[in-house]
Design a protein around this ligand. Structure first.
Ligand code: FAD
Length: 391
């Protein structure tokens, strides 16, 4: 039975970062993954260019039952720390928008960097390793089809449930349950929303049309308001503004969309002697919406009369369109899994379980979910580094 100091389950972003930090400290680390290669989600991220961090990253950019939990790890390993590693490896990158850093060339560069760092730190990586059981009898015993590893510490970095075809499984959550740790119920995050049957009839033939909007969703844990693009799809709404609010959205609640941020659309119709009819309304709306969307909006919402009061009501509706989604596109299309191992179970500095000494949870499996824009990788690096320096 091979004896090591640390077994890490999951060779994704968080697991590799934890492994290289622990390995640098001279710890004997084995990193296991059931997939045939490491970091598959890194490869597909950011459209193949990996939005590897966000230079404006703060705890406010994350959802969690405890909004303060992420602060400690995010301060221990900052975007600048990751950028320093990227620069050390000569990887060229650029800021796309809103502090989002992407590789110039390919997400492969990030994987190669992490693999090199792990190799230099003496980390043993085993891919194609199916974990069949984990027990703790003094030390941890991790059984795979081929071997049983014995270790003093176990780090769970198996990610969330999103994109099962990329190797996502619920192992992290079942291990948390096995060891008696509470889990905040999981739900798909950063995911397209699906229309009700009525809205589908109204909008879905416009699939592909997009507009800049302000989308807003409120929950008990907070409120997400995002001014970005919204895209009509064959089943509902997507685009960055909608993906962002989807993480806040809960079934049975509406999201609110301002279709004409900062603009008084009906102003031209209110001018002296101006025409007041649907053609004039479409023309005014085309200042902010694509023509087809403007025409559809007016067809659905034009008033019976064109009085000042009716125009005011139409203006109000344009800025507070309440859309009641029937659901989401689910884990198959979600970029992340919200919810996960309750942060109250973990030490914020080390990510170690408060109940089970030597057991750590890092990355997406924890109830910390970032906004779109490089925040989720920054959480993976930061929580991985924090655990790797402590374990
Ligand atoms: C399409 C897409 C694009 C994205 N783009 C971005 C982006 O540009 N920027 C950003 O910040 N975030 C992005 N994300 C989110 C980001 O990829 C994740 O938040 C991040 O990868 C989480 O890191 P992790 O290490 O916790 O989990 P993962 O990266 O998912 O790694 C988990 C690892 O555990 C392994 N594993 C799972 N189950 C088992 C098991 N039973 N046995 C053994 N191993 C197992 C998996 O094979 C995987 O290698 C994107 C996500 C998707 C789906």
């Amino acid at each position: 039975m091979p004896k090591v100091d640390i077994v890490i389950l999951g060779a994704g972003a968080a697991g590799m970062m934890c492994a290289l930090e622990a390995g640098r400290r001279g710890r004997r680390v084995v990193l296991l993954d059931h997939a045939e290669r490491v970091g598959k989600k890194i490869l597909i991220s950011g459209g193949g260019r990996c939005n590897f961090t966000n230079i404006h990253c703060r705890a406010e950019n994350f959802l969690s039952e405890n909004p303060h939990f992420a602060k400690s790890a995010l301060a221990r390993f900052t975007p600048q720390d990751f950028v320093a590693m990227v620069e050390r490896h000569g990887i060229r990158y650029h800021e796309k928008t809103l502090g989002q850093l992407f590789c110039d060339r390919s997400a492969h560069d990030i994987i190669t960097m992490l693999e090199r760092e792990c190799a230099e730190a003496g980390v043993r990586i085993l891919v194609g390793a199916k974990v069949t059981s984990v027990v703790r009898e003094g030390r941890f015993q991790v059984r795979t089809a081929e071997t049983i590893f014995e270790s003093e510490a176990l780090v769970v970095a198996t990610g969330g449930l999103s994109i099962p075809r990329m190797g996502a499984t619920g192992l992290g959550y079942s291990l948390a349950e096995q060891f008696g740790l509470r889990i905040i119920p999981c739900r798909p995050g950063l995911v397209p929303l699906v229309f009700s049957a009525e809205d589908r009839d109204h909008w879905c033939d416009l699939a592909g049309v997009s507009a800049e909007v302000v989308a807003d969703a409120r929950t008990r844990q907070g409120r997400g308001t995002f001014r970005e693009k919204m895209l009509v799809t064959h089943r509902g709404l997507s685009g960055p503004a909608i993906l962002q609010v989807s993480s806040y959205w809960r079934p049975g609640e509406a999201i609110e969309v301002d279709l004409a941020p900062d603009i008084l659309v009906t102003a031209p119709l209110l001018a002296r002697n101006a025409r007041r009819d649907s053609a004039a309304a479409v023309l005014a709306l085309r200042a902010v919406l694509p023509a087809r969307m403007a025409e559809r909006w007016v067809a659905l919402h034009q008033p019976e009369d064109w009085t000042n009061a009716s125009l005011a009501a139409m203006e109000q509706l344009l800025h507070t369109w309440k859309m009641m989604p029937a659901g989401t596109e689910g884990y198959a299309k979600a970029e992340v899994t919200a919810g996960g191992v309750d942060t109250a179970e973990l030490d914020a500095k080390t990510m170690q379980s408060r109940k089970i000494s030597g057991l750590y949870f890092i990355g997406e499996v924890v109830d910390v979910t970032g906004w779109l824009g490089g925040y989720n990788f920054q959480w993976a690096w930061a929580s991985g580094a924090s655990a790797g320096r402590a374990v």
